[in-house]
Design a protein around this ligand. Structure first.
Ligand SMILES: *Cc1c(COP(=O)(O)O)cnc(C)c1O
Length: 229
């Protein structure tokens, strides 16, 4: 069942890539397991999933311990990270999609330096400016990037956003387009530890639109694990 839904999601990713003249193999499917248990996550991995997304450190720990020994799995933190969880996060996640403050950047840097690793991060941008959303406001993005430039254990690899909830996926398009434009406008910051190539955007309800607007990481949970596809 998970297998069939995964196939269907992969087909839709492929179709969206073709439609926008892109190579579907450049698009990473981050399978979001936050609402399922170890068994379902394991089933997805056996069906070929290589990238797992969790929105909380706590929720990821048991799955990591049970499943990481299979090897070849990349772990993504997609939800808000509290500073006091940075230590755990750095030990668990290959990529943190939710950097949203200077203070958090400093803490991730400190923890990554302690264990001698380079931590891949994306900056979460609150493109839609919803009050209830995490993420950096677009006008503060440049300052944060300038600070990250001096943090030698951080590898800044791009931007992430969440569109406001909407019935119609087309409503997400302007937000995704804005994130791509922001990314493009920041490419002059690229240096040793900054390479703004990833755009993490698109979820079950709007990933095709996101791909059309340039997403190369889509975070999909319910389309894989819930109901009829
Ligand atoms: C839950 C979640 C997703 C996946 O949402 P679905 O609608 O289940 O695909 C993607 N991104 C973030 C940040 C999430 O919290």
């Amino acid at each position: 069942m998970i297998n069939d839904k995964l196939d269907s999601v992969r087909e839709r990713i492929k179709a969206a890539a073709v439609k926008s003249g892109r190579d579907h193999s450049d698009i990473v499917l981050v399978c979001v397991t936050k609402e399922v248990g170890i068994e379902e996550a394991d089933e997805a991995i056996r069906a070929g999933v290589t990238d797992i997304g969790e929105n909380r450190v706590r929720g990821a720990i048991l799955k990591y311990e049970a499943l990481n020994k299979r090897g070849g799995i990349r772990w993504h933190l997609i939800g808000h990270l509290q500073t006091n969880k940075a230590k755990k996060a750095v030990r668990l996640f290959d990529m943190i999609h939710s950097l949203d403050s200077l203070r958090l950047a400093e803490e991730i840097q400190k923890q990554a330096e302690k264990i001698g690793r380079m931590q891949s991060i994306l900056i979460e941008v609150n493109v839609s400016r919803e009050a209830a959303k995490y993420g950096v406001a677009p006008e503060f993005l440049e300052d944060l990037i300038k600070s990250v430039k001096g943090m030698k254990n951080l590898m800044l690899s791009g931007l992430m956003t969440m569109a406001p909830y909407a019935e119609n996926p087309e409503d997400s398009r302007p937000h995704f387009r804005r994130l791509r434009e922001l990314r493009d406008s920041l490419s002059s910051y690229n240096c040793d530890n900054i390479d703004m190539r990833h755009l993490s955007m698109g979820m079950s309800g709007d990933f095709e639109v996101a791909i059309e607007e340039g997403a190369d990481m889509v975070r999909i949970g319910s389309a894989i694990f819930k109901g009829a596809s």
